[in-house]
Write a new protein. Structure first.
Length: 408
């Protein structure tokens, strides 16, 4: 059913109350009470590990599609959530394409049950804050069952903004909210120009503050050479000697660095040759082969930021129909036409005490209306970092470092 006149009695009361109290501040989004989560089976559906595997495979595919010579930092979780919310409103070949690219292991209520467990696990992880929001224009007739699905699977907040009449105010509301959700690390994710003609915007925001279980000593940080694709640079390296979980497979080496609390860890991966991105099978072999090993470890400090509009990347991966005239998002509304853009922005800082990171995704929808001697592992050439949940494998952040001196 649609959120139309019968339901707008409540919406108008909330909107008018906000308007009277905040006249002249129309950029402040009015929260709505619609979209109450409906019950789904607590058991059944894909496991958290299956969803994590899907998100990891999707994230590796997006990373592999980026130019080889630059730093990249992205959040597979954030991208999968933003696009996953759009998938819940897709129909026909559009839904098929999104499901294939996102590698979804289930559909319907079983998928929602799995997503709900995943969302609840993420939100209960110490040091990690995840927020999902649906932004809609009150003049659009949004399907109530669509909002219910998002509330069930993603615990979304639903906010009303004047997308169709005041794109600038809407952009301000969205950006202010995302900035707050990411602790100011992502100050903006959309522009007013991007919002022109849109009826809906779907956002996912993530902030991470994690301290190493075993911090690196500042006095051991030292300058050394790092081989970039364009030559050698000097940068600071963290150094540690001790027992680390280590694995090697298919010409890749991996070292796991746990954070306090035991839920999250960074998996640092370096190739023996010129490989850019490991296959999903190689990553599975590495994570499955991790074992305690005496190591001497050298890892660069980094301070990275990256942003991209990913419509072209996603179309190249097989999602092109979602951006074209044949797109079908009638599960959102009879007026929902196609995806207009997929904006993603992420930051990552790695230092002696731990890691801070943030990421945000915005999806716009148009309307028609070893021991002795210890092994030495030096990350002195392009490498990857994967921050993940140790229990489920959910990929929170994925980064490729080709030049640790090229920060934000």
């Amino acid at each position: 059913m649609y959120v139309t006149r019968a339901l707008r009695c409540t919406l108008v009361v909330l909107l008018l109350a906000g308007t009277v109290a905040g006249a002249g501040r129309q950029n402040i989004a009015a929260p709505l009470t619609i979209g109450t989560a409906r019950a789904v089976a607590a058991t059944g559906g894909p496991s958290s590990a299956a969803l994590a595997s899907a998100d990891t495979g999707f994230g590796l595919a997006v990373l592999a599609a980026q130019p080889a010579d630059g730093n990249v930092v992205l959040s597979p979780e954030s991208l999968a959530s933003g696009l996953g919310m759009a998938y819940q409103g897709a129909r026909g070949s559009t839904a098929t394409a999104l499901a294939r690219v996102l590698r979804l292991p289930a559909t319907g209520d079983p998928l929602l049950a799995g997503l709900q467990r995943r969302t609840d696990a993420l939100r209960s992880t110490p040091g990690l804050k995840v927020s999902d929001t649906v932004w809609l224009d009150r003049r659009e007739q949004t399907r109530r069952d669509y909002l219910d699905r998002l509330a069930t699977g993603y615990r979304v907040g639903i906010r009303q903004v004047p997308l169709l009449s005041d794109a600038a105010a809407s952009a301000t509301s969205i950006n202010e909210t995302v900035s707050a959700q990411t602790k100011g690390r992502i100050p903006a994710i959309v522009s007013a120009d991007q919002l022109a003609g849109l009826g809906w915007v779907l956002t996912d925001a993530m902030a991470l503050d994690a301290r190493w279980q075993h911090p690196f000593r500042a006095e051991d940080t030292h300058p050394a050479s790092f081989r970039t694709p364009n030559g050698t640079v000097r940068t600071d390296f963290l150094h540690g000697d001790g027992r680390y979980r280590y694995a090697a497979a298919n010409w890749w080496q991996a070292v796991a660095l746990p954070y306090r609390g035991g839920r999250l860890e960074m998996l640092a991966l370096v190739p023996d040759g010129d490989q850019r991105v490991p296959t999903a099978a190689t990553l599975t072999a590495l994570t499955g082969g991790l074992h305690d090993t005496q190591l001497g470890l050298d890892l660069p400090t980094v301070n990275l930021s990256w942003s991209a509009e990913l419509s072209g990347t996603l179309a190249g991966l097989g999602m092109g129909v979602a951006f074209g005239r044949d797109a079908d998002f009638t599960g959102i509304s009879a007026n929902a036409a196609a995806l207009a853009f997929v904006a993603h922005r992420a930051t990552l800082s790695v230092a002696e005490k731990g890691t801070t990171a943030a990421a945000a995704t915005a999806v716009g929808v148009t309307t028609t209306s070893l021991r002795v001697p210890p092994r030495q592992v030096r990350f002195d050439r392009p490498y990857l970092m994967l921050i993940r949940d140790r229990h489920t494998g959910e990929p929170v952040l994925l980064a490729r470092v080709t030049d640790p001196t090229a920060g934000d």
